[in-house]
Ligand binder design. Structure first.
Ligand SMILES: [Zn+2]
Length: 85
């Protein structure tokens, strides 16, 4: 008797950034945490996101070379495109 409906990996990944922002409803958070408990791939993705966020807070744009900044912007743009697909 599950309180929460199962979510797919695709849905879990879509929820992760809001989860890290603390922007999920408790229901979505429960569903995501339930999924993460059973899914190594999504747990690894969450860890990667945490590391990325931690690192991006440590680096200011002035510290990056023009090439690194361009590469980062490409990654963000691709990420945002993937979110809207
Ligand atoms: Zn998953």
């Amino acid at each position: 008797m599950a309180l929460t409906k199962e979510i797919t990996c695709h849905q879990a990944v879509a929820l992760v950034s809001n989860y890290l922002d603390g922007a999920l409803s408790w229901r979505d958070r429960r569903r995501l945490e339930h999924h993460l408990a059973d899914c190594d791939a999504c747990s690894a993705y969450l860890d990667q996101m945490r590391v990325t966020i931690a690192l991006s807070g440590l680096v200011s744009p002035d510290d990056l070379s023009a090439k690194a900044l361009t590469d980062l912007m490409d990654v963000f743009e691709k990420y945002q495109r993937d979110q809207t697909d």
